[in-house]
Design a protein around this ligand. Sequence first.
Ligand SMILES: [Zn+2]
Ligand SMILES: [Zn+2]
Length: 157
Amino acid sequence: MTFPLEGGCTCRAVRYRMLTEPLIVHACHCRWCQRQTGTAFALNALIETERVEILAGEPECLVTPSPSGKGQKIHRCPTCRIAVWSNYAGGGDKVRFIRVGTLDNPDVLPPDVHIFTMSKQPWVVIPPGARSFHEYYKSEEVWSPASLERRAKLFPS
Ligand SMILES: [Zn+2]
Ligand SMILES: [Zn+2]
């Protein structure tokens, strides 16, 4: 297995380690992600905050507007301002959305699911057989049993 994985910002002031595989990897084609990344989609690996170790630096947290109205907390290197992860209202501070492109080897985490393909840029072709949703999905139908179990531990009902 490829874990742990390390990553960080461009100036290397912030370095982190993902201790295990993520819960799931999203390619999000929503307009908000397009604007925030300046490109066609965001690639986020969702993982428990406690499974991410900060090796160097202290990411700075900035709250930006989000479609839910509850805001997205973007964590950036205080020096080069590259964003390394975000927290969304849904998972709160317990789940980090790691920006896959900040991993030293981002190739190992392709998307498990494409979401908000309703606003996908027309030139982006979803690979045949890939799971994709017009908007969002029900975790119970998409996440692996192991990931659902991890989520239940994180958010006991
Ligand atoms: Zn930096
Ligand atoms: Zn999005």
